[in-house]
Design a protein around this ligand. Structure first.
Ligand SMILES: *Cc1c(COP(=O)(O)O)cnc(C)c1O
Length: 384
């Protein structure tokens, strides 16, 4: 039988071993790291600084007293509470969709929705750089999978044409992409993708994990920024990034949401999120969509443009190449007091290991400037 220690040694030798790093402080733009002391944090997805927002903390404490912390059961048994329903209504309202369904995480949305909607005889077409949760969901479904090179519309069109010819009259064709790609920080050509999927009568699922709260009016996402919300059949996202809490969502037609309540296994067979969390998410959504959210988005984009005038999002990658070189660059930055993670295979393709800088509205201008200096000292320029 394989020895786990031998597997770990193989990972180590390939520069692919991962270790947990413990924070001795709450999340934030300055954190205390075990072994490294206080550092500037450029690695979290807390884009709006909501993970430590006192208004949200106070709301959480109050909801905890009022609603309790344990849901006690899955949503379909006896765990579906008014707080869950209100959050879903509020979200559908904000996203101008007919209905919404919330899950315990964004990962659970992807691994629940794809197998619930597609199976044998159906075709799922994914962008090559789609998040692991989308790939796992697609694999779990048993549908035929087709991958197109990142943002390659010609290949997408060819896959769609092939899928239209091969699927039966009841067959589903589902195109899956992200709006902002998590490791490259670039955006998908959603307008063109909508046009192509309409021509083939395919469905489209867009994962807005890194765009929700950051792009569009009221932070509704990139689809909203482009006026495409009503043309995207399935809009998913997470509450774990810009919203600073945790959980995932799907916005879609009432029929799709009702079908998911019946079929999405990660929804059905998992205990409902804490009711106090669901209620707090409602407050965080309201903040995100209001003046505080606008203010933070303004600050976030100023920080992004300060670090990289060509920034497409709050994710700014510096592609390095080998695992060892990326790890050395991250280590060198850590010595200078900056936490920027080295991202390696299988999170990114082999040979494209990189530093991934993420910005937050809470970064101070001189922190951004100091990072810029540190990056130039190790001779790194962004991949943009
Ligand atoms: C983070 C992420 C997820 C998972 O969301 P969680 O709420 O953290 O489980 C899904 N898709 C993409 C693109 C992500 O970046």
């Amino acid at each position: 039988m394989r020895d786990p220690l031998a597997e770990l040694a193989e990972l180590e030798a390939a520069g692919l071993r991962r270790q947990l790093r413990t924070l001795d402080s709450p999340q934030g733009v300055r954190i205390s790291l075990a072994g490294s002391g206080t550092v500037h944090n450029f690695s979290s997805n807390d884009y709006l600084g909501f993970a430590t927002e006192p208004i949200i903390a106070a709301a959480f404490a109050e909801h905890l007293q009022r609603l309790g912390h344990g849901a006690g059961a899955s949503r379909l048994v006896c765990g579906s509470m008014a707080a869950h329903r209100q959050l879903e209504e509020q979200l559908a309202d904000l996203k101008r969709s007919e209905a919404a369904l919330t899950f315990s995480s964004g990962f659970a949305v992807a691994t629940g929705v794809l197998p619930a909607l597609c199976g044998k005889g159906d075709v799922i077409i994914l962008d090559k750089l789609c998040h692991a949760s989308l790939i796992d969901g697609a694999r779990l479904s048993g549908a035929t999978l087709r991958i197109f090179p990142h943002n390659d519309l010609d290949r997408l069109e060819r896959h769609l044409r092939w899928a239209s010819e091969t699927t039966g009259p009841d067959g589903r064709i589902l195109v899956v992409t992200e709006s902002v790609f998590s490791m490259d920080g670039d955006t998908a050509p959603l307008m063109e993708i909508c046009r192509l999927k309409d021509e083939s009568e395919a469905l489209l699922l867009v994962d807005e994990a890194h765009a929700f709260g950051v792009f569009g009016p009221a932070g509704r996402g990139l689809a909203a920024a482009l006026g495409l919300e009503s043309r995207i059949d399935l809009q998913m996202g997470t509450f774990s990034k810009a919203l600073g809490l945790s959980g995932g969502y799907l916005c879609a037609s009432r029929a799709f949401v009702d079908l998911l309540i019946n079929r999405a296994r990660s929804f059905i067979y998992s205990t409902a999120p804490a009711p106090a969390l669901a209620a707090t998410l409602g407050d965080a959504l309201q903040l995100m969509a209001g003046p505080l959210g606008d203010d933070r988005r303004g600050q976030l984009w100023r920080n992004c443009r300060q670090l990289e005038p060509k920034a497409n999002s709050a994710i700014i990658p510096h592609i390095i190449g080998t695992n060892e070189a990326a790890l050395a660059a991250a280590e060198s930055l850590l010595h200078k007091g900056f936490l920027v993670p080295a991202i390696r295979y299988p999170t990114v393709p082999r040979g494209s290991a990189r530093l991934r800088v993420t910005l937050s509205a809470k970064h101070e201008s001189d922190q951004v400037q100091a990072l810029q200096r540190a990056l130039s000292e190790i001779a790194l320029t962004s991949a943009l």
